[in-house]
Write a protein of this length. Structure first.
Length: 201
């Protein structure tokens, strides 16, 4: 059934109907009834409804894009490094929403306990909510410390910060290769279009 055939559809303002018709790419009966309830109870006006619709349209487009890329390239799974920050939290959630097998990976390296706890908490919640999500934890601290010892005569904080990123990169690609997967980057708009680069790992 197309969106325009729902009874509740006729009760939306024309501007909301236009967005729904244009964005008919995965909205469900539940979505329509939820929005309809917000509107008729006065909890959301037409502008707020349009904003909600456009937000959902955005993530539907992103998740469908990920699914198509995986399917078209014969990829079996998605792999995401989760740091405890907002970027990796958003990307890992989008991957989970695709329904594709998704490996979310915590990789502490001399990590502050609070930051590592955020990563673990997010990954655990994803794996509890989505059957397609598998949480992996790989503590890379000892590997990093071995590298630190080898280069104790070239001690440089910035260089060692980069080493952490490269160790995580190596771990993610090991996991991806083993699972016939692809590493999904977590760069944001500021990094891509402001700084000019992002660290995928």
């Amino acid at each position: 059934m197309r969106i325009a055939q729902y009874k509740a559809f006729d009760e939306f303002p024309k501007e909301v109907q236009d967005v729904l018709n244009y964005a008919d790419i995965g909205f469900t009966t539940k979505d329509i009834l939820y929005l309809h309830n917000l509107y008729i109870t006065g909890k959301a006006d037409k502008n707020e409804l349009i904003k909600l619709l456009k937000q959902k349209e955005s993530w539907l487009l992103m998740t469908s894009g990920l699914k198509m890329y995986r399917r078209d390239n014969g990829i079996q799974s998605l792999v995401v490094g989760v740091s405890g920050g907002i970027d990796s939290a958003v990307v890992s959630t989008l991957c989970a929403l695709t329904g594709s097998p998704t490996h979310v990976v915590s990789m502490p390296i001399k990590q502050k306990m609070g930051q590592h706890a955020l990563s673990i908490e997010h990954c655990d919640k994803l794996s509890e909510r989505f059957n397609n999500v598998h949480h992996i934890t790989k503590d890379l601290t000892k590997i990093f410390e071995t590298f630190e010892d080898k280069f104790d005569d070239m001690n440089n904080d910035l260089a060692f910060a980069n080493t952490r990123a490269r160790l995580r990169m190596t771990a993610l690609y090991q996991i991806a290769q083993f699972n016939n997967g692809i590493v999904v980057g977590t760069g944001n708009k500021v990094e891509d279009f402001g700084v000019g680069f992002f660290t995928k790992y």
